[in-house]
Design a protein around this ligand. Structure first.
Ligand code: FES
Length: 168
């Protein structure tokens, strides 16, 4: 092997080694940093009996990142991800409304927008009742209704949980 060939061979070897190390580093970073979805997310998730879904409260289904409630006898699944900037929106038992702790958006039990910076009501997932059990399809996303939508008229039933949520 001539001196020139040897240099070219070594240069190629170095480039291949650097590319291999960069690739391994990139894969490791991606694997460590990529968002982790809860088990079963993106699929149909079996939840609870439709009979156990309340008419005047909500039930959280953590694996679907959703709340179940009944509106006019129909089961709905509301996404717990705020339609503003994606904070988790808890349900306030004392007011009977959803109150986002991040910027104060408020939604009623049906997910209708009440106040705050959110651009729309709470997003939802399609549901199906199979053999009496509610299945939430986390792959079928329904965009929240625009402000002004009044699916239900339920004024706050007591004090708010979050300061600045716009009601007593
Ligand atoms: S993220 Fe909920 S109001 Fe901003």
């Amino acid at each position: 092997m001539s001196e020139m060939d040897r240099r070219r061979f070594l240069a190629r070897g170095w480039k291949a080694a650097v590319a291999l190390i960069a690739g391994a580093g990139a894969w490791t970073s991606w694997d460590a940093l990529r968002p982790r979805l809860p088990a079963g997310f993106g699929a149909k998730i079996k939840t609870i009996s439709a009979d156990d879904v309340p008419e005047d409260a909500v039930v959280e289904i953590p694996q679907a990142r959703a709340y179940l409630t009944k509106i006019d006898g129909r089961v709905v699944a509301l996404s717990e991800v705020c339609s503003h900037l994606s904070c988790r929106v808890p349900f306030c038992e004392s007011s009977g409304q959803f109150e986002c702790p991040c910027h104060g958006s408020v939604f009623n039990r049906a997910g209708d927008f009440i106040s705050g910076p959110a651009p729309r009501g709470m997003d939802m997932y399609a549901t199906e009742i199979i053999d009496g059990i509610v299945e939430v399809n986390t792959d079928e996303f329904i965009t929240g209704a625009p402000p002004g939508t009044e699916t239900i008229i339920e004024p706050p039933r007591g004090p708010a949980c979050t300061e600045g949520s716009g009601h007593a």
